[in-house]
Design a protein around this ligand. Structure first.
Ligand SMILES: *Cc1c(COP(=O)(O)O)cnc(C)c1O
Length: 376
């Protein structure tokens, strides 16, 4: 790997993304489609390039959070169906229609509003109906009879998908997943009896898929995190995860300056780190504006010359200071690894999240826009 000219950059492995996708595909099994979740700029990996790789692999669907995200993918020439998972506001409808995005619908009022908009524009619009099966976030809680009545009253929209979302799929100390599955199954069954049999029925994101929460696959699975190389650790008596995925993203930063400090010297804002003895420190060209969590102040680690070394003092907006007393060959212009692997030392988003008191998703999504994404 040549040394790149960027102060801080994320290397994204297309090959690892492909391998993770293939593992997801194999776990889903034959006849089950994959809807790849590429919201939030593909969890910081760059949605356009991730979508291109997955489309070349044959992914059937993509899912985003907003109309703006979907429209960006269309402008990049991504042809596959794209679901907007948090719904489409009336003000967003023209942009959604223009980009041929598939809206999800989260209440019967929204369904009737979409039907009106579709009628006014003289179109038939396909949508996925989200059922709130017990997470109490997005989706309708209406009884099946009310849903059926609303479906019968619409004229310009077509129910092409039914979906729900699990709150606790990796938690085997909770019965919530079984309760949600039962609730959703009853809705599917009642709709079927009323003659509504949408072609796409999906509820499983990464954790349900990884821990084989059958029979929750239905016709399609909806993973995000697994594609980027992560499965959340389970709680309780869980089966071994079936996915074989590894992190796609490696994050580097350059050393800007190196100095020796004497015993008692204080480092950074507030002087929260005090040297117990003489030491050699390095200042890195990445801070919380780049996504190095401020909560790693005085407790995070990075990999420098193949060794895990501590972050000293507060993480600043553009800078982070580390201890390189054990790796004295490092000089300005050299690189350290903020997330990734060097030899035996490795640091993934889950390990960083534990140190920062957050979750791996937030670490990945938090990698800032000014960190150059480089695809290899
Ligand atoms: C984010 C999201 C997913 C993907 O979840 P992962 O845990 O990343 O696999 C699936 N469905 C919905 C509704 C989501 O919001």
């Amino acid at each position: 790997m040549p040394v790149l000219p960027y102060r801080s950059y994320a290397l994204i492995s297309r090959e690892q993304l492909r391998q993770n996708y293939r593992s997801v595909r194999a776990a889903a099994g034959p006849g089950v489609a994959v809807m790849a979740v590429v919201k939030a700029d593909a969890y910081g990996h760059g949605a356009e390039e991730v979508a291109r790789v997955l489309v070349a692999e044959g992914v059937e669907w993509l899912a985003v959070s907003s109309v703006a995200e979907g429209a960006t993918l269309r402008r990049a020439g991504i042809p596959v169906p794209i679901l907007v998972m948090t719904g489409v506001l009336p003000q967003e409808w023209p942009a959604a229609a223009e980009a041929k995005l598939t809206p999800s619908v989260h209440s019967l009022d929204d369904l009737r509003a979409l039907d009106r908009l579709a009628r006014e524009s003289g179109q038939i619009v396909d949508y996925h109906l989200k059922i709130d099966s017990g997470m109490n976030r997005m989706g309708t809680r209406a009884a099946a009879a009310e849903i059926i009545a609303a479906l019968r009253s619409t004229t310009h929209v077509r129910l092409s998908g039914l979906m729900t979302h699990f709150a606790s799929a990796a938690d085997y100390t909770s019965t919530q997943t079984d309760e949600q599955t039962d609730y959703f199954s009853r809705v599917i069954e009642q709709l079927r009896e009323a003659g509504f049999t949408p072609p796409h029925i999906h509820m499983s994101s990464t954790n349900a898929l990884a821990y084989r929460r059958n029979p929750s696959w239905l016709t399609m699975v909806r993973p995000g995190h697994a594609l980027y190389g992560y499965v959340s650790p389970a709680r309780g008596n869980a089966p071994k995860p079936v996915l074989n995925v590894k992190p796609v993203l490696t994050w580097k930063a350059k050393i800007l300056t190196v100095k020796e400090i004497p015993e008692g010297a204080r480092v950074g804002y507030g002087g929260v780190f005090r040297a117990a003895g003489p030491m050699r420190i390095a200042v890195l060209a990445a801070g919380y504006a780049d996504g190095v969590s401020h909560r790693l102040s005085n407790k995070g680690k990075v990999i420098a010359a193949g060794k895990l070394v501590p972050i000293l003092g507060t993480v600043c907006m553009d800078l982070t200071t580390i201890d390189i007393s054990q790796t004295p060959t490092l000089a300005p212009g050299d690189e350290v690894t903020l997330l990734g692997r060097e030899g035996d030392a490795s640091l993934d988003a889950q390990q960083i999240a534990r140190m920062a008191g957050t979750i791996s998703y937030a670490i990945l999504c938090g990698i800032g826009a000014r960190v150059e994404r480089v695809y290899v």
